[in-house]
Design a protein around this ligand. Structure first.
Ligand code: SF4
Ligand code: SF4
Length: 525
């Protein structure tokens, strides 16, 4: 799903490699690797300060991964996200320290052919960045610490408010149009919206950045409740019940943007996103109305109305097997015409029971296209959300534990007031996937906290579902930029939320490799 909240790091990310990255580059073409580039280091809590205290015998961390491009190498730590670049020497040290090895022996062996200073500096960096460790206990200690941090990222700070189940479009890839749903076309009442927002205010009272996303169906099919919710959110904020940094956003198909909607959005400082899949011939491929006609004109008109009113809308663009091949046309259109505040590319979600084009998409090709799009968009200062989820942790050297807030920090409220972790299960086994209810939660008044949410079995299971706790992910080099993707997609394609979301798995691995070599190129140039 798209993120419409903007990017505070925007200005630091024109290139991925910024002074924030503490990365060393050794010249792979030099025999002695004497051209040693060292950038400013940032304070990562798990980085060591000095090689002087290293023990006499050390070994390679199990989280150290060696990447190669031509005759260049990068040794990357999958947990600290620290890197050392180099050539032959780096590659050889990676092998030499596979098992516990005395440092002195290695120095004696190598000082004949390599500069002693460089050798010591490389070993020092490998030690300081925890690429080399005293023994495996250090790896275990680091992993456990990060696991705890990830698990504790569960305070509720985000709410999806589904103000209606109805939609006036019938997009062919829409995953709710499947065989298993019982979707009554009903709208949320104002009372339910009021109860949901009040509950959310209590749950997020300690959050620095509480966010509400108004969603549907098409939320503007129920303008009464949607507008009420926007206004009530700001009322709660004005009365101090939601902290000042609260953000309210709305995702719409754009077809129902009128003067009244614009007036309310302005008054409530709503962040608005419009679903537009590219220029008309691409958008109309999948985004059709109930009569099977393309919807581009309606979406585009609504988008431009918002833009002309200085509302600075973002766009949410879903790719399919056809449009992903035309990425350049989409990017041309975004840069020259839409000029959005933010862009989020979505890949189709798998649909239960009947095909929606999900299986036709070549995920490797889609990642390649996403990377090319990012390279073009960053040049004009537009930062795409899907890529930024991998770029931010890489640049900040802080693991991204959870790609989906359903696994920690989010509630979703359906039109009838049921509460669950994920909106994609809307209409499926409500008692199972939406086990709570805003009216019951509201009765807890000021004693309500996130722990009430996680005392429910479903919410509690979901909060443990992140790569640091998933089979097959622990030794993955992309574990700290991945976040585990979408549990719903994993459940639909593989039968369990604990399985891997193949779309995001592909993305995370490929994007990480791209970032490693993009950084290298930027630092060398
Ligand atoms: S499980 Fe998937 S669809 Fe559901 S909230 Fe998470 S990312 Fe979104
Ligand atoms: S989902 Fe894939 S990319 Fe992500 S951590 Fe697991 S194995 Fe790695």
């Amino acid at each position: 799903m798209s993120n419409l909240y903007g990017y505070s790091l925007k200005h630091n990310l024109a290139n991925i490699s910024t002074p924030m990255i503490s990365t060393n580059v050794l010249d792979p073409n030099s025999k002695t690797e004497s051209k040693y580039l060292h950038s400013k280091t940032s304070a990562f809590p798990y980085t060591r300060s000095s090689f002087d205290v290293a023990p006499a015998i050390i070994e390679r961390s199990q989280f150290a991964h060696l990447f190669q491009k031509g005759n260049s190498y990068c040794l990357f730590h999958s947990l600290t996200l620290r890197m050392v670049y180099g050539g032959r020497l780096l590659k050889e040290l990676f092998s030499v320290f596979e098992n516990a090895t005395p440092i002195e022996n290695v120095i004696n062996n190598y000082k004949q052919k390599d500069s002693l200073d460089v050798l010591k500096q490389v070993l020092s960096d490998l030690w300081n960045y925890r690429l080399f460790v005293k023994n495996s206990n250090e790896d275990v200690w680091l992993f456990k610490n990060l696991y705890k941090i990830g698990l504790n990222q569960s305070e509720i700070q985000h709410m999806y408010l589904l103000t209606t189940a109805a939609c006036n479009f019938r997009c062919s890839y829409c995953f709710v149009e499947d065989d298993n749903r019982d979707l009554l076309q009903h709208h949320m009442t104002q009372n339910t919206a009021k109860a949901a927002l009040t509950v959310f205010a209590r749950l997020s009272k300690n959050s620095l950045n509480p966010r509400v996303m108004i969603y549907g169906g098409e939320p503007l099919l129920n303008p009464r409740t949607t507008f009420f919710a926007l206004l009530f959110f700001r009322q709660l904020e004005d009365s101090g019940k939601i902290p000042n940094k609260g953000n309210i956003a709305l995702l719409t198909n754009g077809s129902l943007i009128d003067e009244e909607a614009i007036r309310i959005f302005k008054k409530t400082r709503t962040t608005v996103g419009v679903s537009i899949d590219g220029p008309q011939q691409l958008h109309d491929k999948a985004r059709i109305n109930i009569h099977g006609q393309g919807t581009f004109n309606e979406a585009y008109r609504g988008y431009k109305r918002l833009q002309n009113a200085d509302l600075n809308p973002g766009i949410s663009c879903t790719l399919n097997a056809f449009t992903v091949e035309k990425m350049d046309e989409i990017i041309d259109f975004i840069i020259s015409d839409l000029k959005p505040s933010s862009v989020g590319f979505n890949l189709p979600m798998p649909r239960i029971g009947n095909e929606n084009g999900y299986s036709k998409l070549d995920h490797s090709f889609a990642v390649h296209q996403l990377i090319s799009a990012f390279e073009r968009l960053r040049k004009v200062g537009i930062y795409e959300d899907r890529m930024m989820r991998r770029v931010r942790p890489f640049v900040n050297q802080k693991p991204h534990f959870k790609d989906c807030m359903g696994v920690g920090g989010q509630i979703v409220v359906t039109p009838n007031g049921r509460v669950g972790p994920c909106q994609a299960f809307f209409g499926i086994e409500e008692d199972k996937y939406f086990p709570l209810n805003v009216k019951q939660l509201a009765k807890l008044r000021n004693s309500l906290s996130s722990s009430n949410i996680y005392s429910d079995q479903l919410f509690d299971e979901w909060r443990y579902r992140f790569p640091f706790n998933m089979e097959g992910c622990i030794n993955c080099f992309a574990i700290s930029v991945c976040g585990g993707g979408c549990p719903y997609a994993a459940a639909v394609t593989h039968g369990s939320i604990w399985k891997i979301d193949d779309r995001i798995c592909h993305q995370a691995k490929n994007i990480l490799e791209w970032m490693i070599w993009d950084t290298y190129n930027q630092m060398k140039s």
